[in-house]
Design a protein around this ligand. Structure first.
Ligand SMILES: Nc1nc2c(ncn2[C@@H]2O[C@@H]3COP(=O)(O)O[C@H]4[C@@H](O)[C@H](n5cnc6c(=O)[nH]c(N)nc65)O[C@@H]4COP(=O)(O)O[C@H]3[C@H]2O)c(=O)[nH]1
Length: 702
């Protein structure tokens, strides 16, 4: 083949080559030819390229690239495997692998440039780079602690920042060591089973594992692991999610759900749970349990008189004494208020022996709790009552046993408190009576069956009625008039006193308005006293309620007097004085009821804006034939005089009692000697022509 034929064949071959080719004459750097693959790759056609000078070709990305390329070729005569980007007709650039060779064609020195399209490889590399970047971002910057282990040796290959933060180890401490080497496992004996699971399932998902941090802290973690390939290395990538705080919170929430906040004792739910378990266990092993329902006698008085803070401290002390008084296996639970339940478990022997064990334990607890205690500077001695129910004998379910122990407790309370009693079926009658009374009282409130009766207060010197005490009566549809002695404690304990007490305020104000309107009294010469229970007085809006009732009836405020007991004064003295002053500011006056029976603290009395002392009827009863009581009455009268307070004696039944009081210069009195409490109509009649002593109006109160 001649040289010419060879050159022609070369051109034919060039046209068919799948690689983009461009032939340039070296002498003048003009392009002689490009092939179709070139046109396809870059979009340029022969017109754009052929006959142009190398430096003027539109394929260069910029002048610098062009100059470097041409300079490189001139220096070395060839270009091998050079990666470069070239501009296409559509403005994009294409990554190419370029070869340039010098060849002779028709006796002319030429450059043959061949460009392989690298777009796909470039894309693959980019993807790899991106995924590497993603992994490293995930690993290094992850908010969870990560460890990369060499799969075969289990040595740590890398850790991230978060691992250092949580576990305290820096990379130098751990890289090249296993988790066992650095003592990471809290329970190393569990490792084999977990590794086995990882191998079997090819991954771990939130596996709960405890570890030890560098400073010795125990960390509850959830571990997730996967096998990955990094380069050619097989690795295990593990995330050690620290759930210690979450676990602690969960444990705290669970604890709170099953424990009483004040004493940290088990609550009703946990007690029932344990009771259920012990009943089942007892049945299987022939062992008995005893449930002791425990209640402090008159605990409400502690709260009312010394305040809730002191009441809480008493409950904490009682809870301590109860816990100290039982075995570790027994449960002391608090159900609320002053109600505790003690569960004695694993009791062996016959019924008699089990009962004796329970009785002896209850007696010990009664004694322990009744021992004197000193709370916030107050010396206290409390008694308590305990009701007992025994498994199998008194019930086989938690509900039955609790109910029966509660009933037994009720039995103790009904028969005078400070004692122990086992459940007896007839006790249930007493409980149902009490429940029935509560229901009936609720209905009575709705049906407005409560009414006020009025007991006159008299000035013995003039025989004039100068006031009255409003006393609550229940007009029962079947039983007739019922005295507050029967139901007042139930109203108090159930909280119904708030509604009933407010009804009293409204009725009393209405009655004053009525008396004024009828001209039976004048604002200056008469005042009506109403009893205020401690719970009612402690209501946040008590002052506003009283003020609103007065406002609604448009009555002079000095016509209303509030009788409070000493218990109210001692409870939160600041709040008490504040409320009393607010009411005093609008003209309402205060009387201290049952004076002499409670704390009778002079220091409290001096701080309170009290106008009147009521000498309790228990002293009046015997003042004529008991020198002690006579002395107490004299002392109370002297004290009231020195504090510049008015005085009234209550429960005066005889002329002798009145004469004694008048000798002591106490002329205002209230009592059966003049009149018992009467209906509003009868009271209006009393206010008419002066009836004088001896005209006792009797009411049949059951
Ligand atoms: N033996 C005897 N008793 C006399 C004599 N004169 C009056 N009494 C009775 O003594 C009690 C005096 O009321 P209290 O000490 O405030 O004692 C009251 C008071 O603490 C409470 N109470 C009555 N009404 C209300 C009320 O509206 N609200 C509140 N919170 N408590 C009330 O119930 C207690 C008992 O009230 P009552 O049964 O009405 O009993 C009244 C009254 O009927 C007498 O000469 N001899």
């Amino acid at each position: 083949m001649s040289g010419r034929e060879q050159d022609d064949n070369f051109f034919v071959l060039l046209q068919r080559l799948p690689v983009a080719c461009m032939l340039t004459r070296i002498e003048d750097s003009r392009v002689l030819v490009i092939n179709p693959a070139f046109e396809r790759l870059f979009g340029w056609d022969a017109e754009d390229i052929v006959n142009r000078h190398s430096a003027e070709l539109p394929i260069w990305v910029n002048a610098q690239q062009r100059d470097e390329f041409i300079e490189r070729f001139s220096r070395t005569g060839r270009v091998q495997q050079c990666e470069a980007r070239f501009k296409c007709l559509d403005g994009q650039t294409k990554p190419c692998l370029v070869y340039v060779e010098q060849i002779d064609l028709n006796g002319q020195a030429c450059r043959l440039a061949m460009a392989h399209d690298m777009s796909e490889r470039s894309n693959a590399e980019l993807t790899l780079k991106q995924s590497e970047a993603k992994f490293s971002a995930l690993f290094i910057d992850s908010p969870e602690p990560y460890v990369l282990f060499a799969k075969r040796s289990a040595q740590i290959a890398d850790i991230n920042h978060r691992f250092t933060e949580v576990f305290g180890y820096v990379p130098q401490d751990v890289i090249g060591k296993t988790a066992m080497d650095i003592g990471l496992w809290r329970y190393p004996e569990k490792r084999a089973a977990i590794i086995d699971k990882l191998m079997r399932e090819r991954c771990l998902r939130n596996e709960p594992i405890d570890f030890i941090a560098k400073d010795g802290r125990v960390l509850n973690c959830e571990v997730s692991s996967n096998f990955i390939l990094i380069g050619d290395d097989r690795c295990t990538l593990s995330c050690f999610k620290d759930v210690t705080e979450q676990k602690n919170i969960e444990a705290r929430i669970k604890h709170q759900a099953y424990h009483d906040a004040l004493t940290d004792l088990p609550n009703r739910m946990l007690l029932q749970d344990r009771l259920q378990q012990h009943l089942a266990l007892g049945e299987r092993h022939g062992l008995g349990c005893a449930l002791l329902f425990f209640d402090l006698d008159h605990f409400k008085r502690v709260n009312d008189s010394l305040g809730h803070g002191c009441g809480d401290a008493v409950l904490q002390e009682v809870s301590r004494r109860l816990q100290e008084g039982v075995r570790k296996a027994d449960t002391v639970a608090r159900l609320g208020g002053d109600e505790f339940v003690i569960l004695l478990t694993g009791l062996s022997g016959d019924h008699g022996q089990i009962a004796e064990h329970a009785r002896a334990s209850a007696a010990d607890l009664l004694e322990a709790v009744s021992a004197p205690m000193r709370i916030e500077g107050h010396g206290l001695q409390l008694s308590c009552s305990i009701g007992i129910a025994l498994s199998s004998e008194h019930g086989n379910t938690p509900e039955d046993l609790l109910k029966h122990a509660d009933t037994a407790l009720y039995g103790v309370k009904a028969s005078g408190r400070n004692n122990i009693a086992f459940f007896e079926p007839q006790m249930q009658v007493v409980v149902s009576q009490r429940l029935q009374l509560e229901t009936e009282l609720r209905n009575a409130l709705i049906a407005q069956e409560f009414e006020l009766h009025y007991q006159p207060q008299v000035d013995a010197r003039t025989q004039q009625i100068i006031g009255a005490e409003a006393l609550l009566r229940w007009q029962h549809p079947e039983q007739g008039l019922i005295s507050p002695a029967t139901f007042m404690h139930v109203l108090e304990e159930s909280g119904m006193i708030l509604e009933a007490g407010h009804g009293v305020v409204l009725q009393a104000c209405g009655f004053i308005a009525h008396l004024l309107k009828q001209g039976l009294i004048t604002a200056d010469s008469f005042s009506l006293s109403i009893n205020i229970s401690p719970r009612q007085f402690r209501q946040a809006d008590f002052v506003a309620r009283v003020a609103a009732a007065i406002e609604a009836q448009q009555i002079p405020t000095q016509c209303l007097k509030l009788e409070i007991t000493e218990g109210i004064m001692i409870h939160n003295i600041t709040d008490t004085v504040e409320k009393m002053n607010e009411l005093r500011d609008i003209g309402i006056r205060f009387a201290i009821d049952d004076f002499g029976t409670g704390y009778s603290s002079l220091s409290y009395l001096k701080r309170l804006p009290v106008d009147l002392l009521k000498i309790d009827q228990s002293f009046i009863n015997d003042c004529t034939h008991d020198s002690n009581d006579a002395e107490i009455v004299r002392a109370i009268i002297a004290m009231a005089r020195s504090l510049k307070m008015e005085l009234i004696a209550e429960g005066v039944e005889t002329a002798e009692q009145l004469a004694f009081l008048q000798q002591q210069d106490c002329h205002i009195y209230q009592g059966y000697y003049f009149s018992c409490a009467v209906t509003s109509e009868a009271f209006c009649t009393l206010l008419g022509p002066s009836p004088g002593p001896g005209n006792v109006l009797q009411q049949n109160v059951t």
